[in-house]
Design a protein around this ligand. Structure first.
Ligand code: ADP
Length: 218
């Protein structure tokens, strides 16, 4: 299973990514977690990106892409990956595709969780209470949502045109979102755990938008 997860902050992509990764025995590669870990460990990279994270700004593409490349290389011998939090910009989308394709690991599906923007701030403020992330203050949350809207959301159209986008309703209980994701993966013939020596047949993803009711907004 090779999947990219794209969704607004607070849409629940980390939770769902974790579940998919567990089910398929693939690593959950979350760029936000990797960056926060660098900050926590006080590495040089951590010191470089801390301000961006605290302000809710994106870190430079080349920083994220170097991290993702390393993570993909380490995942090469396994059954795939769930990439969570990348791509977030158009150059990241192109570079991720190129990098993964060169490694023979191009994503099979891009999962998008749709959710009304009005719900996001409340969800993130609730999470802030128990996780204490430095970017979960109301002002920074609003800015992260703006950045998503302006920079990240437009790349969904790129995947939609390439027929690899599946959009699932994220405004439901966690288990219902997971059920819808499973249903989408099953419909695409991606739900089977991989048989180690059998190459997977090529997929015809034409018409995905109709099947899953791609929405014009997240
Ligand atoms: P959320 O989706 O709630 O914003 P993440 O953990 O995915 O949470 O990301 C937290 C922060 O990490 C972002 O606001 C940004 O500063 C940085 N970040 C994560 N992924 C990327 C990326 N692909 N490109 C640039 N910055 C990123």
């Amino acid at each position: 299973m090779r999947v990219l997860m794209i969704a607004a902050p607070g849409a629940g992509k980390g939770t769902q990514a974790e579940r998919i990764a567990e089910h398929f025995h693939v690593p959950h590669l979350a760029t936000g977690d990797m960056l926060r870990e660098h900050v926590a460990r006080g590495t040089e990279l951590g010191r470089e990106v801390k301000g961006h994270l605290d302000r809710g700004e994106l870190v430079p593409d080349e920083v994220v892409l170097a991290m993702v490349r390393q993570a993909l290389v380490s995942a090469r011998s396994g059954n795939g990956y769930v990439l969570d939090g990348v791509p977030r910009t158009m150059p990241q989308a192109r570079a991720c595709y190129q990098m993964a394709a060169e490694l023979g690991m191009a994503a099979e599906i891009v999962l998008h969780l749709r959710i009304e923007e009005a719900l996001l701030v409340g969800r993130l403020l609730a999470r802030a209470a128990d996780q204490g992330r430095s970017d979960d203050t109301e002002e920074v949350i609003r800015h992260r949502i703006e950045v998503y809207d302006e920079v990240t959301r437009p790349i969904l159209a790129w995947y939609r045109e390439r027929n690899i986008l599946v959009s699932v309703d994220g405004d439901q209980p966690v288990s219902d979102v997971a059920r819808d994701i499973r249903a989408a993966l099953t419909a695409l013939g991606l739900a089977e755990l991989p048989a180690p020596h059998r190459p997977r047949a090529a997929l015809d993803l034409t018409g995905l938008d109709t099947a899953f009711g791609a929405a014009p907004h997240p």
